[in-house]
Design a protein around this ligand. Structure first.
Ligand code: PLP
Length: 391
């Protein structure tokens, strides 16, 4: 397909970055801003991971690496994914990328073209739709509903499939809702795709290790019958508090992996070498920092939900994964985007309006609880005061 400059006008934005910039500018101007907007852990990357990067720099790991990543790292990813999903993963199918987003970009580019349909969650991570539109494919939103605990409905997803469907994007645990799709629902979805072997699945499992209440996580790779068409998106950003390192990975099916390798050669050559050694230390070193972080998110989750349910006109379902709550603000009299903007400008609390995640996000705002309990309590107090004064 021939791409033109004009086609780049179809690329959308991720408003969380604009909100972060505005929150930072307000804070620089002396305002006291609490950020519940940005989706990144507020923890530092664990020390042993940082030390591995420093050591790699000192040891002279300054050059290009293989385009898909250093072998020990791909081996470690393959072993980790096998341990967590039961799928026999070869290091040859692992591609290290500069952030999970790059896997999204590659997969959507591979299947998107005019005349193709791509299904994606709505509300969902905004880059899915942006990239689908970039390719000229038809974006087909799969509604993610509060009444369904913000899980995918297999029935509703399957009903949206047409002869033109090329790719389905799944995300569980989910941004922005914190929804987790139960195994029984994924079973149904996988069964429903049996007669359409031509449809690929991009399974965004970047929050896979962040589930609560003993719920656990079901990976799409754990289904042998569809492994030859599942692209598993994961990475270090959320699990190891490494958003700024730009480290992600994907497991690609045999038929596609060499195409991505060529894209890597053409586009980013390789991820920076010290970060890859840090990623290896993350996977092979102690995991207690991960469990401590998840336990802390769990405590904050309870605080956010409890406080959100005290707000006038607000009801908040308990999220089951990731580190987001998605309270329903339908009874406040506010539309979501003006409310998010007023909360930042007037109450000094950064949040993201639900419509930034799709049309089905109207009536909700996203609260990231990647902030201290003290700040969360303060922020929720400010939101309460604001809503009481501006009902
Ligand atoms: N997928 C989802 C659902 C996300 O929320 C994010 C980041 O917010 C990403 C992927 C991208 O992660 P990365 O920072 O590794 O590119």
């Amino acid at each position: 397909m021939f791409r033109t400059v004009a086609q780049f006008d179809r690329i959308g934005e991720e408003n969380a970055f604009a909100v972060l910039a505005r929150a930072t500018a307000l804070a620089r101007a002396g305002r006291d801003i609490i950020n519940l907007g940005i989706g990144q852990p507020d923890f530092r990357t664990p020390d042993h991971i940082v030390e591995a990067a420093v050591k790699a720099l000192r040891d002279g790991e300054h050059g290009y690496t293989p385009a898909t990543g250093i072998l020990p790292l791909r081996e470690a990813v393959a072993a980790d994914v096998t341990k967590r999903t039961g799928a026999p993963v070869s290091p040859d199918n692992v591609v290290i990328v500069p952030g999970g987003k790059v896997t999204m970009f590659a997969a959507i580019l591979m299947f998107g073209e005019p005349g193709a349909d791509i299904l994606y969650p709505d509300p969902g991570f905004p880059i899915y739709r942006s990239m689908i539109e970039f390719t000229g494919a038809r974006p087909v939103p799969v509604p993610i509903r509060e009444e369904n605990s913000f899980a995918f409905s297999a029935e509703e997803t399957l009903a949206l499939i047409t002869p033109a469907t090329r790719l389905i994007i799944l995300n569980s645990p989910a941004n922005p809702t914190g929804g987790v799709t139960p195994k029984a629902e994924i079973d149904k979805l996988v069964a429903g795709l049996a007669d359409r072997p031509d449809i690929a699945i991009l399974s965004d499992e970047i929050y896979g290790q962040m589930t609560y209440d003993g719920l656990g996580h079901t990976s799409l790779l754990s289904y042998p019958e569809i492994r030859d068409r599942v692209i598993l998106l994961d990475g270090w950003s959320k699990t190891y508090a490494m958003t700024g390192w730009r480290m992600g990975y994907a497991v690609w099916p045999e038929a596609l992996v060499d195409k991505v390798r060529k894209l890597a050669v053409n586009c980013w050559s390789c991820v920076n070498a010290p970060a890859q050694w840090a990623g290896l230390a993350a996977l092979t070193g102690p995991q207690d920092a991960v469990s401590a972080m998840v336990a802390e998110f769990d405590r904050r989750r309870r605080v956010v939900v409890e406080e959100a349910n005290k707000l006038p006109g607000v009801s908040c379902a308990t999220p089951k994964g990731a580190f987001y709550a998605f309270p329903n603000i339908g009874m406040t009299g506010w539309k979501a985007k003006p409310l998010a903007s007023a909360l930042l400008e007037e109450a000094g609390v950064a949040t993201i309006g639900g419509p930034d995640f799709g049309v089905h996000g109207e009536g909700y705002i996203r609260l990231s609880y990647a902030n201290s309990t003290e700040n969360i309590l303060k922020a929720m107090g400010r939101i309460g005061d604001f809503l009481t004064k501006n009902a």
